[in-house]
Design a protein around this ligand. Structure first.
Ligand SMILES: [Zn+2]
Length: 89
């Protein structure tokens, strides 16, 4: 990736560029946090179902959604650390 392309990605992030903080890194960290929050929400609901607070057939649906949310978590985490490594930020 050329420095120009890299800069453009940073400009597509939030607001102006701050030398001390990479915008793309921040953006990827927000995505990682959001994916983690979604996964945590699904798992919390699954715990309620397991505790008998929700119907059993909803558990299977939720379990599928939780798996997908977990995949997104792992992807977001990889994107974050890959960027930090490649960008040295
Ligand atoms: Zn960076």
């Amino acid at each position: 990736m050329s420095p120009a392309t890299d800069l453009q990605i940073c400009l597509n992030g939030y607001g102006s560029i701050d030398d001390r903080c990479c915008e793309e890194k921040l953006h990827l960290l927000f995505e990682y946090r959001n994916a983690t929050n979604l996964y945590a929400t699904h798992v919390a609901l699954m715990a309620e179902i397991a505790g008998g607070l929700l119907a059993k057939d909803e558990f299977d649906l939720l379990s599928e959604a939780a798996s997908q949310a977990h995949e997104k978590c792992i992807e977001a985490r990889e994107h974050f650390f890959k960027h930090a490594e490649e960008h040295g930020c």
